[in-house]
Ligand binder design. Structure first.
Ligand code: IPD
Length: 273
């Protein structure tokens, strides 16, 4: 069955409400104390009870508001939602991006919620659990933080660029990523590794870092933040004309994209395990 997609504004309003409630739960659970509930890919790739409770809350809220939509989440995958129908909506949720920061009480972790229609992300909301800062974007409608329209950095010189990145959990992957960053750092102003990809993309959207790259991101890490970055004017893509994806996400202002891309390509940033 082919369904017509609901207006983007309607999806945005739902995403904001659901993300705010989710962030409130994460905030409350953090105040009550947090511990590791399980580990995933490695012993340092942790899940807290809040990751699960927040995703469950998001799933329940979306099921109530939009029962026919599909959902993809970090903790429960597609849950018990069915496949995406043609014209249908798929929500992509990271209940807590920056779980290690959340565990340690560092104020850099976020709920990330995106809505995709026909494979294109049309709505993104990222809300910092600790500070309440909220970034939103709609396809073609711009990127915003707390009512302010966002524009990315106007930096044109890679040597002056502050570049954010992140590392995966697998030791082999981290070793490769560390080699790449060691070769990149002499050619940029400095590197930041803050620990939440969705927020890194939002900071790039407002020029609080100039650019961002990372290998190994999942859809839930980059869906909402990627739209915020794109709508703020960054070019968000992978290597050699590929779309941004698990192999590599590069988010850079137009003038920085080519020089950063060629450095990362030369360093085999999408390679390794
Ligand atoms: C992680 C964070 C981190 C990035 C990792 C992600 P999680 O997500 O976004 O900054 O470097 O690649 O897996 O595990 O905290 O949801």
């Amino acid at each position: 069955m082919i369904r017509s997609a609901p207006p983007t504004q309607e999806l945005l309003e739902i995403a904001i409400d659901v993300a705010r409630d989710a962030a409130a739960t994460a905030h409350r659970m953090r105040a009550e104390g947090v511990s590791v509930a399980a580990t995933k890919s490695t012993v340092t790739d942790v899940v807290t009870a809040a990751d699960r409770a927040v995703e469950r809350q998001v799933l329940d809220a979306l099921r109530k508001l939009r029962p026919d939509d599909a959902v993809l989440g970090e903790e429960y995958g597609a849950g018990d939602t069915g496949p995406v129908e043609a014209g249908g909506v798929r929500w992509i949720v990271d209940p807590i991006d920056g779980t290690v920061n959340y565990l340690y009480g560092l104020p850099y972790c976020a709920v990330s919620l995106a809505a995709e229609v026909a494979g294109e992300v049309v709505v993104g909301v990222v809300r910092n659990v600790a500070t309440g800062e909220e970034w939103t974007a709609t396809a073609g409608g711009g990127a915003w933080r707390d009512g302010e329209r966002l524009r990315c950095s106007t930096e044109t010189d890679l040597g002056q660029a502050l570049v954010a990145t992140g590392f995966g959990y697998d030791p082999g992957r981290r070793a490769h990523q560390a080699r790449v960053v060691a070769e990149l750092i002499p050619h940029v102003r400095d590197i930041r590794r803050m620990g939440a990809a969705a927020l890194d993309l939002c900071l790039a959207a407002e020029g609080r870092v100039d650019a961002y790259y990372e290998k190994g991101l999942a859809a839930w890490d980059q869906a909402a933040g990627g739209l915020v970055a794109t709508e703020a004017g960054l070019r968000v893509a992978g290597l050699d004309g590929l779309p941004a994806g698990p192999d590599l996400v590069i988010a850079a202002p137009p003038a920085l994209f080519a020089p950063l891309h060629s450095r990362l390509a030369a360093l085999d940033a999408s390679g390794g395990p």
